[in-house]
Design a protein around this ligand. Sequence first.
Ligand code: NHW
Ligand code: EN5
Length: 388
Amino acid sequence: RHKFWETQPVGQFRDLGNPSLPEGPIEPPTPLSEVKQEPYNLPGPYEWITCDMDTEEMCSEVYSLLANNYVEDDENMFRFNYSKGFLQWALRPPGYYRSWHIGVRVKTSKKLVAFITGVPARIRAKDAVVNMAEINFLCVHKKLRSKRLAPVMIKEVTRRVHLENIWQAAYTAGVVLPTPISTCQYWHRSLNPKKLIDVGFSRLGARMTMSRTIKLYKLPDSPITPGFRKMELHDVPAVTRLLRGYLKQFIVAPDFDENDVEHWLLPKEDVVDSFLVESSETHDVTDFCSFYTLPSTVIGNQNYSTLKAAYSYYNVSTKTPLLQLMNDALIVAKKKGYDVFNALDVMENEVFLKELKFGPGDGQLQYYLYNYRLNQALGPSELGLVLL
Ligand code: NHW
Ligand code: EN5
């Protein structure tokens, strides 16, 4: 059934529910001298390139490949449209390797036709903090699909990760592969219901008029919580402490230090937004919320070309109820012009989704680890990890 995945060190479907298999690495590391030194072979017309995401030119080529060929929903109505600024942010975290930004182009025309990336991350699974690669942005041009290019790309990124003495990876996908550590549900909160209905992202509910729908999703003009403000550079130590304390409770979560928090959570215009609650008495940071910006192209609509979506990222509540904190996140997202606020049912998100009028989407997100076995599938609320 899975000619490629059956050959890889990942949990296999036949092993599900076999508690005798040990948790941890599936295969031991091999000496670096035994890692294949040359790239895998590509079909004749193509060649590997390492993409220099510092240059505007390369960034534009990658942006265009993804904007035209990356992930769509199951009815091909919307396609993710990661911005160039977002890609530069996502691909250049602390300690990143340029060699993990891998392109495939046509030798003759130099046209970029496929892409895959890794970035380094420390991820904790149970008690073990493991150096991993987060793999993302796997894309093959629409005209080159089903030619088994993806397995070659995955093997090549694996080789380049191994060359850095890293032997595990984390990734998510909309499709089911051998085998998910967890299956999560997408939820959507309408901010601009009229536009969402016009583009076919959502439907007018039964016995609902447009004006009743608009009223249903109406939000205040500004956040409610006293002391709610944008995160700033000087907040990095306090936010790191708050987030580290919070993420401890999850079975799989990133192990963020201050450098990671500065990179992943300090606000960056049209890429990532972060807010916190500062106590007026103690000036402590007691609560935190964040979202990233990922628009989707609306495929074939007369009136609209893009949908502006915010995706819930990391949130921590210690004093402000999570429900109130996320309501403030919705308010600021609406104010900034987002059409929809999306969230997965990870971490403690269940407590606010229904209450804040999120509805379940038609998409799921599967979480995976490469070369690392967990004995049990996790519930979404046991996951403390959000990938972009
Ligand atoms: S998920 C988003 C993936 N991208 C898209 O969906 C974009 C639109 N689709 C495409 O571009 C986030 C193509 O359809 C792709 C497949 C390129 C997806 N993950 O070349 P063939 C990520 O980026 C398997 C993994 O003929 P294609 C995460 C499939 O099951 N495997 O197909 C990426 C089959 O194998 P099987 C996937 O349609 C994580 C084989 O590919 C997959 O032309 C990568 C068919 O290949 C997916 N999303 O191209 C893994 N989709 O065994 C990282 C299909 O079933 C692992 N396949 O026969 C870790 C590596 C690092 C380790 C380090 C120690
Ligand atoms: C890894 N980093 O299917 C990325 N999105 O529900 C790869 N549906 O937007 C992961 N089909 O339900 C890829 N509207 C997995 C996701 C791929 C994209 C995807 C889904 C997630 C989605 C929308 C639009 C559906 C259009 C037709 C959807 C309903 C919203 C409604 C709002 C009001 C309350 C009820 C729900």
